[in-house]
Structures are given as structure tokens and as C-alpha cells.
Design a binder for this molecule. Sequence first.
Ligand code: ZN
Length: 177
Amino acid sequence: MAVLEIITAPHPVLERPARPVEPDEFGPELAKRVSDMAETMYAAPGVGLAAPQVSDPRRIVVLDPGEPEDRGRRFFALINPKIISRSERMIPWLETCLSVPEFEIEIQRHYQVQLEWQDVADGSTRTGWFEEFEAVIVQHEIDHLQGTILLDRSSRFKRNRYLKKVSKAKKKDQVIA
Ligand SMILES: [Zn+2]
């Protein structure tokens, strides 16, 4: 297993829609990608990670909303996930993102979502309902697969202010290095 580099905004790979994992891509390599993504998520630490965040343009998501002591009990590896049903009930959630450090924004999310995905081991189709915090994570990660990040859901003012701050910080790094 390996901890992968997490890409931060602004970056083109975060803005492009991900492509499906093809049937012939299931196997040891995909399993390794998933376990590396899980290790990267736990190391961050985070509760979810989408493949574009580690420069992989495919529809792969890992999530684990559990506290550190519960790790693995609610771990999911979602290949080609797709939301097939949503509750009408919405909840506001203050979200952060590993790819948008030091940024938070409240977003209205569906309280429940039903997801269809493929199992990493054999490609078989699974479905399941996710609720509250888990549903928020699922919707956040599916956003990543569409090329949407928290900055895209914020006001233009807040987004520009953040990008200005990041570009200033990057320039400063160059001077020091
Ligand atoms: Zn994110």
C-alpha cells in the first residue's frame, strides 16, 4: 500500500468529469488502486476520496465515515457509482475538502441517496441507501467525479478570494525554494 499525493485546487484534473472503469480493468491493479486510495484517505485524515483527487481520471470513490477507532466498519469502495434515487428532504452541511484546504462552505444536500455501484472484487452490481453524514459524503464524492468541487458551489466572490490566496501562497513558495 502507498499514500498517494492529493491534488489541490486549482488543477485541471479536478475540473474534468471522470471516465468509467472498464470491465477489463477489474483485477489486482484496480484492487491496489482502491487500497492505496483508502490508505491515502486514512492518512490525510479524511472520510472520503475520489480518484481525480489523486490524479486518476476514473470513477472510483472510497469512503469511511467512522471515527478512527471504528475504521473499516463502514468502509466502501465504489466503482462507477451512480445516484439512482434521492430523498426530497434536504439537510445543510458545512463541508470541507482535502483538495481545497482551509476552505469551508455550507451546502444543501439530500438527506438520503440510493446508490448503485460495482464491486471492486468482481465487478458485480451493488445498491445501497446512504443517510445523513454518509449521504453527504457520497454526494460530495460524486461531485468530484463530475468535475465539481466546493469552489464551484460557492459564490464567485468567495471562490476568487480563495484562488487569489492560493496563488499568492504558491508564489511565496517559489521565492523560498
Ligand atoms: Zn472533496
